[in-house]
Write a protein that binds this ligand. Structure first.
Ligand SMILES: Cc1cc2nc3c(=O)[nH]c(=O)nc-3n(C[C@H](O)[C@H](O)[C@H](O)COP(=O)(O)OP(=O)(O)OC[C@H]3O[C@@H](n4cnc5c(N)ncnc54)[C@H](O)[C@@H]3O)c2cc1C
Length: 361
C-alpha cells in the first residue's frame, strides 16, 4: 500500500479529491490543510462587496474527503525531510509518505519592505481572508500596495462596499510601482486607470520603501497615512521550502519539472502558486494555472504510485481573466484585448459559482 499525502487544499488538489475513489484500493490518500475550508479567491471581490455569503465562497475540504477515500488532517505542514520522506506538522505530528504533493499557495507578505511584515494585513493562507475583511470594513484609510489584478480588484470591491454602506469618505489608495495591470498591456492599463479614478480610488505611482505604525513611505518621497495596509503586489514564496533541501527558484518557490515533480526528488510534486516550472518559469501564478495543473497532477500521482505513465504539463499561452469592478461590472482581458461590461461580470459570476458548486455536490 502506497501513501500519497496532499499538502494544502489548493485548486489542483481539489481536482484530485474529486477523483479519489471512495473504496480504498492500493493507495492511501491523506490531505493535510490548516482549515476545513478552502476559500475561493475568484470570489474574494464579491464577498468583500457583499454579493456572496461566506458559505458561497468556500469549499468544505473535510466533507470532500469524507465523500472520497481520503483522510483529512486539519493542520499546517511546517517542514519536509525528503530523504526520510517525512513531513512535520505544527501539532508536532510526523507523517511518512511514499509520494507527497504541495499545493499550498503563496503569501502576501514581504521582508523586503522595511516594517511591512509587522503592519501588513495577511490574507493568505486564504482561511484568514474573512476575518481580515472585517478590518478593511472598519478602516477609514486603506492603502493597497501593488498595481496588479488582485490589488486593484480588492480596492474597487471595498470601495463599492463603502459606497453602499454610506462610508464613501473612507479613503482607498493604491500604490503601484509600475503601470496598473502592466502585464495586460498599455491599452488595458490606461483603461483600468480611468475606471479606478472615476470610482474615487487614489492612485500613487511609486515603490513602497518603508511602513511604520501609521504611514507608508514611497521612493517618490510621499508619506501616506493609513489605518490598514495590505500588500497584494504578487505572490511571495511560502516559508516551508526555504528550510528544506528541496531545490527552489531564486524567490524560494519549489522548482518542478514539466511533470510537476521536484527537480531533485521525483516523489515530491508541486503545483499552483507554490511551485515554479523549470521550463516555463514565467507561467503566471494564479488560480487559472493551479486549476489547469489539476488533471495532470492527478494522472501523475496515480501513475507514479502504480508504476503507470506520467504526462507533462503545458501552460496555456493566453487565458481569459475577468476582474470585478464593483456594482456587478467586469473588466475582461484576453491577451492585450480588454473590455468593460455587465456581461463580463455575469460570465465571471457564472464561472465562479459553478466552480465552487462542483466541489459542494
Ligand atoms: C484578492 C485576490 C484575488 C484573486 N483573484 C483571482 C482570480 O480572480 N483569478 C485567478 O486566477 N487568481 C486570482 N488570485 C490569485 C489566486 O488566489 C492564487 O493564484 C491561487 O489561489 C493559487 O492557488 P493555489 O492552489 O496555488 O493555492 P491556494 O488557493 O492559496 O490554496 C492553498 C491551500 O493550501 C493551504 N496551506 C497553506 N499553507 C499550508 C501549509 N503549510 N500546510 C498545509 N496547507 C497549507 C491553504 O490553507 C489553502 O487551503 C487572487 C489573489 C488574491 C490575493
Amino acid at each position: 500500500m502506497k501513501t500519497i499525502i496532499l499538502v494544502g487544499g489548493g485548486h489542483s488538489h481539489l481536482h484530485c479529491l474529486k477523483k479519489i475513489p471512495p473504496e480504498r484500493e492500493n493507495v492511501k490518500w491523506v490531505l493535510i490543510s490548516p482549515s476545513r475550508y478552502q476559500y475561493y479567491s475568484g470570489m474574494f471581490s464579491g464577498y468583500t462587496e457583499g454579493i456572496y455569503s461566506l458559505e458561497e465562497t468556500r469549499i468544505d475540504l473535510e466533507s470532500l474527503c469524507e465523500g472520497s477515500g481520503c483522510d483529512f488532517i486539519e493542520s499546517t505542514v511546517l517542514s519536509i525531510d525528503p530523504d526520510q520522506q517525512h513531513l512535520l506538522t505544527e501539532k508536532g505530528d510526523i507523517f511518512t509518505y511514499d509520494f507527497v504533493s504541495f499545493d499550498i499557495g503563496s503569501r502576501n507578505d514581504s521582508m523586503e519592505i522595511e516594517g511591512l511584515h509587522t503592519h501588513n494585513l495577511p490574507i493568505k493562507p486564504n482561511y484568514r481572508f474573512p476575518e481580515q475583511i472585517e478590518k478593511l470594513y472598519n478602516s477609514r484609510k486603506t492603502v493597497f500596495i501593488g498595481g496588479g489584478a488582485a490589488s486593484i480588484e480588492m480596492a474597487l470591491s471595498l470601495k463599492a462596499w463603502k459606497m453602499d454602506k454610506g462610508c464613501g469618505e473612507h479613503s482607498i489608495t493604491v500604490v503601484h510601482s509600475s503601470p496598473l495591470l502592466e502585464k495586460a498591456g498599455s491599452f488595458s492599463s490606461k483603461k483600468m486607470r480611468e475606471v479606478a479614478l472615476s470610482k474615487g480610488i487614489d492612485l500613487h505611482q511609486g515603490r513602497v520603501k518603508k511602513v511604520n505604525g501609521t504611514h507608508v513611505h514611497t521612493d517618490k518621497g510621499e508619506i501616506l497615512g493609513y489605518d490598514e495596509v495590505i500588500l497584494l503586489g504578487g505572490p511571495k514564496a511560502p516559508q516551508l521550502f526555504g528550510s528544506s533541501v528541496l531545490p527552489n527558484d531564486e524567490e524560494g518557490f519549489l522548482m518542478v519539472n514539466s511533470y510537476l515533480q521536484s527537480v531533485a526528488y521525483p516523489n515530491v510534486f508541486g503545483t499552483g502558486d507554490c511551485a515554479t516550472l523549470q521550463d516555463f518559469p514565467n507561467t503566471p501564478k494564479n488560480g487559472v494555472t493551479a486549476i489547469s495543473q489539476g488533471p495532470v497532477l492527478w494522472r501523475n500521482l496515480t501513475g507514479a504510485a502504480t508504476g503507470g505513465k506520467i504526462i507533462p504539463f503545458e501552460p496555456q499561452k493566453r487565458y481569459l481573466a475577468i476582474m470585478s469592478l464593483g456594482n456587478k461590472r467586469g473588466f475582461l482581458t484576453y491577451g492585450s484585448f480588454s473590455l468593460v461590461s455587465g456581461w463580463a461580470w455575469r460570465l465571471k459570476n457564472w464561472i465562479d459559482v459553478r466552480f465552487v458548486g462542483k466541489y459542494g455536490e
